[in-house]
Write a protein that binds this ligand. Structure first.
Ligand SMILES: [Zn+2]
Length: 363
C-alpha cells in the first residue's frame, strides 16, 4: 500500500509538472513590452497644452488590450500603467527581465513648425539634424534622473558624437527591429492615412540596452493643431493603438514563419554526399520586409546580389560560390563593406541548408 501510494504521489507530481509546462508554453508564446514614454514629474512635450505622458499612456494601454484580446498566446508587460516617473535604463531592464520578443516605446512629437505625421524609429545613427533633435528631446529626460552621469556612462544627449557610442549595442537586432518598424509604420500610414514620416534611425537611449528587437513610435505632433486634437481624443488614441497592435501581430507572425521555415530545412543524413559540389554558398547581408532593387549602389557597392522571399521576409544575399573557403573570403568582403552582421548561408537543391550540419559533415 505504501508503495502504491508512492506511485500515485509520483504520478501526481509528473501530471502537475507536465500540466505546468504546457500551460506555460501556451501562455507565453510571445512577450511584448510596451513602454509609454515619460510619466510623473516628466510630462513629455506640452504641445497645444496637451500632456504627452497621458496621451501615450492611453495609446499604450489600448495597444496592450488589443493585443491580448485577440491573441491568447501573447503576453503584454507595461513599463508603467499609471502616471509615474521611470528611469530610461529601467524601462530596458523590464524588457530584458521579461525576455521579451519585442520592445515598443510610444511617444508624441513636437516641433515649432506645423509639422505633422507619424514616424517609427530604430536605434542607429541619425541621418540628419532633425532626427538627432527628436532623439535629443526624448533623451533629455535623463537629466531628471539621479546619478545619470554614472548610469549612462557619461552619455550626453546634447552631443551628436556621444550618440555614436549608443548605436553598436542594437546592431544584432537591427534587421528584426526594422521589419517590426516597417509593419507598424505601414499600418499607421495605410489604415489611418497618417502622413508618412518613414522608418528612420536615431540614437534613443531607451532603445540602447534592450536585448531584443526594439522600436520607438512617434505617433504624431501635439504641436500641430489638428493632429494634436486627434491624438488627445479617445477615438484617435484607439485608432492609433489598433494600427500599432496590427503591426506588432504581423511582425510576430513573421518570426513564427521563420521558425516554420527553419523546421523545413532539408534533412539529410551524414555521408549521403560524396563532396560539397551539391552545395552553394551565399552571404546573407541583410533582411527586410521591403524589396529593394538589386543595384550595387543600394548595397554599398557590392555586386552579384540575390534574394529569397521567406514568408514575407526578403533576405538579401551577396556572392555565389561552391567553395566554403571562397565563401569565407566573400564574408570578409561584405563585413568590410559595412554589413557587419553578415553571415554565410548554404543552399542545397535550391533550399536553405543547415550550415552547422554542413560543417560537421564536410569540414
Ligand atoms: Zn516623448
Amino acid at each position: 500500500m505504501i508503495f502504491l501510494r508512492h506511485i500515485n504521489f509520483f504520478l501526481c507530481i509528473v501530471f502537475l509538472c507536465s500540466f505546468n509546462v504546457n500551460s506555460q508554453a501556451t501562455n507565453n508564446d510571445y512577450v511584448v513590452v510596451i513602454d509609454p514614454g515619460h510619466g510623473g514629474k516628466d510630462p513629455g512635450n506640452r504641445g497645444n497644452g496637451y500632456y504627452e505622458k497621458n496621451i501615450v499612456l492611453n495609446i499604450a494601454l489600448n495597444v496592450g488590450s488589443d493585443l491580448t484580446k485577440n491573441n491568447k498566446n501573447l503576453k503584454v508587460i507595461y513599463t508603467r500603467k499609471d502616471d509615474r516617473f521611470i528611469d530610461l535604463y529601467k524601462r530596458a531592464q523590464i524588457a530584458n527581465n521579461a525576455n521579451a520578443d519585442l520592445f515598443i516605446s510610444i511617444h508624441c512629437d513636437a516641433h515649432n513648425s506645423n509639422a505633422y505625421g507619424a514616424g517609427t524609429f530604430v536605434l542607429g545613427l541619425h541621418a540628419n539634424e532633425r532626427n538627432f533633435k527628436i532623439a535629443q528631446k526624448e533623451n533629455s529626460v535623463i537629466f531628471l534622473e539621479e546619478d545619470y552621469e554614472e548610469k549612462y556612462d557619461g552619455f550626453d544627449p546634447n552631443n551628436p558624437e556621444s550618440v555614436i557610442s549608443l548605436v553598436l549595442m542594437q546592431e544584432e537586432y537591427l534587421d528584426q527591429s526594422i521589419i517590426a518598424a516597417d509593419y507598424i509604420q505601414d499600418f499607421l500610414v495605410k489604415d489611418l492615412n497618417r502622413k508618412d514620416r518613414k522608418v528612420k534611425q536615431a540614437g534613443f537611449v531607451v532603445l540602447r540596452n534592450t536585448y531584443m528587437p526594439s522600436v520607438l513610435v512617434e505617433t504624431g505632433f501635439l504641436t500641430n493643431k489638428i493632429e494634436g486634437k486627434y491624438l488627445n481624443s479617445s477615438k484617435g488614441q484607439k485608432e492609433i493603438a489598433k494600427s500599432i497592435s496590427n503591426g506588432i501581430v504581423k511582425y510576430l507572425s513573421t518570426i513564427d514563419a521563420k521558425k516554420l521555415n527553419y523546421n523545413s530545412i532539408i534533412n539529410t543524413t551524414k555521408g549521403t554526399f560524396k563532396g560539397d559540389n551539391n552545395y552553394i554558398f551565399k552571404i546573407q547581408i541583410s533582411a527586410s520586409s521591403k524589396l529593394l532593387p538589386l543595384k550595387s549602389y543600394n548595397f554599398k557597392g557590392l555586386n552579384n546580389l540575390s534574394t529569397i522571399n521567406s514568408n514575407g521576409l526578403i533576405k538579401y544575399y551577396y556572392g555565389n560560390t561552391k567553395s566554403y573557403k571562397e565563401a569565407k573570403k566573400l564574408l570578409n568582403k561584405a563585413i568590410k563593406a559595412g554589413f557587419k552582421s553578415s553571415f554565410i548561408s548554404v543552399f542545397k537543391d535550391g533550399g536553405l541548408y543547415d550550415l552547422k550540419k554542413y560543417l560537421s559533415e564536410f569540414e
